[in-house]
Design a protein around this ligand. Structure first.
Ligand SMILES: Nc1nc2c(ncn2[C@@H]2O[C@H](COP(=O)(O)OP(=O)(O)OP(=O)(O)O)[C@@H](O)[C@H]2O)c(=O)[nH]1
Ligand SMILES: [Mg+2]
Length: 383
């Protein structure tokens, strides 16, 4: 970036939110923005004192309402309507007036040399639940940087047991961190016609999958992304598991098995309305850690000595859904992280911790300290 140029960057992620923000930064920020903002009666805006918020209209569009504020003589924020079109129009007018456009990633890496802070801010723009956003905000505000600084202190004092424990604790939380943006995968499987699609629809809150009283209704895997107890989850409905000579159904069963094999949590659904079948037992043997659901519990239970315990649910009456949600989230996140705790949230951080662990096991203090250098000393520690 040149110190003489004036840049314009859209700070808000595309397509989300009611408001979009364009930042103009550089020596001509105030001058260029002033030319483009009309105020109803009193002429161009007067930005001083810095931070003053003003309502105006964007001159190059059809009177798009904007809110403008100069943070200092080099930085002006233009807030316009959300979505892509308004921010793009504001940006192109600024470029036509003499600004150089830069993208958010470039801006973020210049503005935030601290790698944790930069990665947290980038991840925050994609967070889909409040819980994920709050955890990322904790890391942005220094939780992970402080934990790494503590580890540095432990290494310096050669407290190897405590060092190892601290790194292991961080690594144990990394599955949470890696599922703040990328949702957990929860697969709902089981025999045909037991109510899998109905259960998925009940959890999702709308008719995502087709429900029908003939077995073999669902053929493809059908997914929906939801929040379960604040965690982002992709829930996947699957074809009923049975031997089928019908090629499309057989393909669906193959997809279901593959989805079950890579699930973070598997929900096996059985129906209280059918006698317990020998091949149902095979499912339990195949997936012993699956969460078992006994569905259609609004109807009288069909007594059966072989029937295993499970969460009784009714998609019709809404029964058991909270218990199922708790069982799924306890499986995904067995230990709730405390507020403000350090959580590594990307592959690069996990790789650093794994390399550190190996160096710790070889008592290589200098190597561990060298690994930490690029991660410490940034702004996140001061927050
Ligand atoms: N009474 C009652 N009926 C249910 C419940 N859940 C599902 N059903 C009925 O059971 C039948 C099958 O439901 P689905 O949700 O399509 O079952 P599925 O397991 O997805 O079936 P496949 O896709 O064919 O494997 C439908 O007639 C549903 O209305 C329930 O909780 N209570
Ligand atoms: Mg179905």
């Amino acid at each position: 970036m040149s110190a003489r140029a004036t840049y314009a960057v859209v700070l808000t992620p595309p397509g989300r939110g009611a408001v979009a923000t364009v930042l103009v930064v550089g020596p001509r920020a105030v001058e260029l923005t002033s030319q483009l903002v009309l105020r109803d009666s009193s002429g161009p805006p007067s930005f001083e004192p810095w931070g003053r918020i003003q309502l105006g209209r964007w001159a190059r569009t059809d009177g798009e309402e904007v809110v403008v504020a100069a943070l200092d003589s080099n930085r002006v924020e233009v807030h316009c309507h959300g979505g892509i079109a308004a921010s793009r129009a504001v940006l192109s007018a600024l470029v036509a007036a003499g600004c150089e456009p830069i993208d958010f990633q470039t801006w973020n890496s210049i503005e935030r040399p601290d790698p944790i802070e930069r990665a947290a801010l980038t991840a925050l723009t994609s967070a889909t639940t409040q819980r994920a956003a709050l955890i990322l905000l904790d890391q942005y505000q220094g939780a992970l940087a402080r934990a790494l600084a503590e580890i540095r202190g432990l290494v310096t004092s050669a407290d190897w047991a405590a060092t190892r424990q601290a790194v292991t604790n961080l690594l144990a939380r990394s599955p949470i961190g890696s599922h703040l943006i990328q949702p957990w995968r929860v697969v709902v499987a089981g025999p045909p016609n037991v109510g899998k699609s109905s259960l998925v629809n009940a959890l999702v809150g709308y008719q995502r999958a087709i429900v029908y009283d003939a077995p073999g209704t669902t053929r493809d895997t059908v997914t929906a992304t939801i929040a379960l107890s604040g965690w982002p989850v992709e829930i996947c409905d699957t074809a009923g598991l049975r031997q089928s000579s019908e090629p499309i159904e057989a393909e669906g069963v193959g997809l279901a098995l593959r989805a079950a094999a890579i699930a973070d949590a598997l929900v096996l659904v059985f129906s209280t309305q059918e006698a317990w079948q020998p091949d149902w037992q095979e499912f339990l043997d195949r997936w012993p850690s699956a969460i078992v659901v006994q569905s259609k519990c609004d109807l009288p239970l069909r007594p059966d000595d072989h029937r295993p315990l499970g969460i009784p649910t009714s998609s019709v009456a809404g029964t058991g859904l909270n218990e199922l949600e708790t069982a799924i989230t306890t499986r995904l996140v067995p230990q709730e992280p405390a507020v403000g705790v350090a959580i590594p949230f990307n592959a690069e951080q996990v790789e650093l911790l794994e390399r550190m662990l190996s160096a710790i096991d070889h008592r290589q203090a200098d190597a561990v300290l060298a690994m930490l250098v690029p991660w410490l000393g940034g702004a996140a520690l001061q927050r």
